[in-house]
Design a binder for this molecule. Structure first.
Ligand SMILES: *[C@@H]1O[C@H](CO)[C@@H](O)[C@H](O)[C@H]1NC(C)=O
Ligand SMILES: *[C@@H]1O[C@H](CO)[C@@H](O)[C@H](O)[C@H]1NC(C)=O
Ligand SMILES: *[C@@H]1O[C@H](CO)[C@@H](O)[C@H](O)[C@H]1NC(C)=O
Length: 679
């Protein structure tokens, strides 16, 4: 029997069900649209993973959680027909610690089951979590020998900040997860990295979270606080040279579109993902060929596989410092929110990223990426012709699309730009900024130093340590499909002595296709071109279509001896280029378990088999680097130094692909710009 108040509900009920039905349909549509095989794990998926793993291991610590790369053949099938079933598996890969064991866990997110769970038995440990870094850094403050050491130096314990540093491996048989702490003196500056408290070694056992070793060897003066601060408010007086304002203004909005994590702009389309280890992950980059009226594949996936930063200081508190920023610290986990108008221009759009905290909770990094059109006043191409009567001038302004992330790995800031060009090029730039790692020293003037040093005196009592930065990229380049060949085009000088020309010499190009991995290990230095070709696809005039790897900044090679322990762990930097056959599980060039690794996993080990790589699905590993001899201008904060490379189409198109582009319409500036424009 109906009651009046029932009546009230019964009238809208069919509509209510219809409403629920449409809501569900809408949700299905939204979720099925937004799930792309390369989409980063969502907060809901992180929570699902956390719950599933905590049901198995209530005290699990989450050291890595990321998308388990979908099967490539399934993705390619899906790409050719997105309606095809089954869609690629949505799986997650997690590394968790329970007690002293590292578990490798693969979860099927669609079916919510654990696919595999293996205890890792080899050498090395996973990425350190933020929580354990912070916990270890607090230990000295309540450790009586350390308190006594600070009293001896006349330093206030409340002004001390400690940092944790991974310790590498030097041939020992230990199975413990350890870090060493270096402490700094804050008193009067935020740039505590410039005020190291030298002479003290503190070892922390991370699994037991206690100080397991301590030695106070020597008292070395702490550099003064003066001149070390980099905050605007502390530059007193600051120079009175403020520029007039400037802005990049797009009154009609950006020329790119973002659908979920798929970006399309000009002739480009690509997917953007965020990974707590690698940072930005670019997938399925393809370029539209107007002439052929097709979308052509260029790169299946591109990411930073590992970084290697060895220091050259052999003192007791420093010798072990050779960091694998990706595998030890998590390059993505170290990313920081980008500051609008400072880190990215006015026309930037910002994207968020998520990673798993120590307890598995999804943690947001707001503004982890920015995406913007770069319009820097450069010329895309031009020509002026005076020989044809009236002057003919054709000129096109350049504009590119940039995806940016900044990782602040302790003292260093890495600015990573993936830049897409209308010409079909992908340019990758790593800008190095932030603070140098410096050592306290008794010297106050370079004139006092008459022995070989491990660094340069930058300021009183402060040496900037010599070091390297190497960044190794995993580039799964698919030029017009998977079957590719790596070709080294050598430029060879020829002597002319047969009288055919008054010239005595010229150079020509000799192509060397690499059949096996050993033939594709290249150190920079020799003149030539490095090409990924598709020998099965030819241009109209019969050249194999290709992309060239064009190094930027003078590329550095390894200077350490191969049998030196840090270099054994960093052996993937031995060559600037390696090429391997595609293998989904070969992803991290320095090995999956990089902390305290013994160099048994990674590129050097994988390529030992010397596998065939000709006319196959191949992966190019590209290392760029810099030997850093610090100088005064890098102090107290380093102006950005940029390294980079470009993947550049080479006989990929039939002619300049930007020839038929129309120049952009001029922006109308007679608008809301608060009267700042006066022409
Ligand atoms: C967005 O991408 C999905 C695939 O991830 C596709 O199905 C959909 O049609 C795209 N939407 C638009 C508006 O392009
Ligand atoms: C800390 O900084 C203050 C202010 O500059 C200074 O007076 C004091 O001596 C410093 N303390 C130590 C122990 O260096
Ligand atoms: C893929 O790489 C892993 C690690 O190097 C290796 O164990 C495995 O055999 C490889 N798989 C194939 C199909 O070559």
């Amino acid at each position: 029997m109906k009651q009046p108040n029932d009546f009230h509900i019964s009238i809208p009920r069919p509509f209510f069900f219809l409403f629920i039905f449409f809501l569900t349909l809408l949700q299905t549509l939204i979720s099925s649209q937004s799930i792309h095989p390369f989409d980063s794990l969502t907060p809901a998926e992180y929570t699902q993973i956390q719950t599933t793993i905590r049901n198995l291991y209530p005290a699990a610590a989450f050291h890595y959680v990321g998308l388990d790369d979908p099967d490539k053949s399934a993705v390619l099938r899906w790409l050719s027909d997105p309606q095809s079933k089954p869609t690629p598996h949505r799986r997650a890969y997690a590394v968790v610690r329970t007690g002293t064991k590292s578990h490798d866990i693969v979860l099927d997110l669609d079916r919510n089951v654990v696919v595999s769970d293996n205890v890792y038995a080899g050498h090395g440990f996973p990425i350190l979590t933020f929580a354990e870094q912070v916990a270890s850094e607090e230990l000295p403050k309540t450790y009586p020998p350390f308190i006594a050491s600070m009293e001896k130096r006349g330093l206030l314990i409340d002004e001390v900040i400690c940092g944790s540093f991974t310790v590498g491996w030097f041939g020992e048989e230990t199975r413990r997860r350890e870090v060493k702490l270096m402490c700094f003196y804050l008193n009067g500056t935020v740039n505590f990295y410039m005020r190291p408290i030298e002479g003290i070694t503190i070892v922390v056992d991370l699994d037991e979270m206690r100080i397991s070793g301590y030695r106070d060897r020597a008292v070395i003066p702490v550099p003064k606080a003066d001149g070390k601060d980099y905050r605007e408010s502390r530059q007193n007086p600051s120079f009175d040279n403020r520029f007039k304002s400037i802005a990049t203004y797009q009154p009609d909005g950006p020329s790119f579109a973002i659908n979920g994590s798929l970006v399309s702009w000009a002739n480009w389309e690509f997917h953007v993902g965020f990974d707590m280890r690698a940072g930005p992950v670019i997938s399925l980059a393809s370029v539209y060929d107007h002439e052929q009226d097709t979308r052509r594949r260029v790169m299946y996936s591109g990411l930073i596989s590992e970084l290697f930063v060895p220091y050259m200081d052999l003192t007791e508190e420093w010798y072990y410092r050779a960091f694998l920023d990706n595998g030890e610290w998590g390059f993505g986990q170290s990313a920081v929110p980008l500051q609008p108008l400072r880190d990215c221009p006015e026309n930037a759009v910002f994207l968020d990223g998520y990673f798993a905290f120590h307890d598995g909770t999804p943690t947001k990094i707001p503004n982890v990426f920015c995406l913007f059109e770069r319009h820097a006043g450069d010329i895309l191409w031009r020509h002026s012709e005076q020989a044809v009567g009236d002057l003919v001038t054709e000129s096109r302004p350049d504009r590119t699309l940039v995806l940016r992330m900044v990782a602040a790995v302790a003292n260093y800031d890495y600015i990573i730009d993936w830049e897409f060009k209308q010409t079909g090029s992908i340019k990758v730039t790593a800008g190095l900024s932030g603070l140098l790692a410096v050592r306290g020293s008794p010297y106050t003037n370079a004139g006092q130093i008459n022995t070989e040093q491990y660094g340069k005196l930058l300021s009183e009592n402060l040496l900037g340590a010599y070091h390297d930065h190497f960044l190794t990229f995993r580039l799964d380049v698919d030029v017009d499909g998977e079957a590719n060949t790596f070709v080294r085009n050598e430029l060879r000088t020829r002597r002319v002595n047969d009288g055919r020309s008054p010239r005595k010499s010229y150079w020509t190009v000799v192509g060397n296709p690499a059949r096996r991995e050993s033939e594709a290990k290249v150190r920079h230095g020799a003149a030539g071109e490095l090409l990924v070709t598709n020998p099965n696809m030819k241009t109209k005039v019969g050249n194999a279509v290709a992309y060239k790897i064009l190094p930027g900044f003078p590329p550095a090679g390894v200077l350490l001896e191969e049998d030196d322990y840090p270099q054994i762990r960093g052996s993937f930097t031995r060559y600037n280029v390696w090429v391997t056959p595609y293998n989904r599980s070969e992803k991290w060039a320095g090995g999956m378990y990089a902390d305290r690794s013994h160099g048994e996993d990674g590129l050097a080990a994988w390529t030992a088999e010397d596998r065939e790589i000709e006319n196959r699905d191949i992966v190019v590993w590209y290392t760029m680097g810099v030997h850093h001899v610090p100088c005064a201008e890098d102090f107290p904060v380093m102006p950005t130094l940029s390294l980079g490379f470009e993947l550049k189409p080479t006989n990929f198109f039939e002619y300049n692909p930007t020839l038929k582009y129309r120049p952009p319409a001029p922006a109308s500036l007679n608008c809301t710009l608060s009267g700042s424009i006066k022409i």
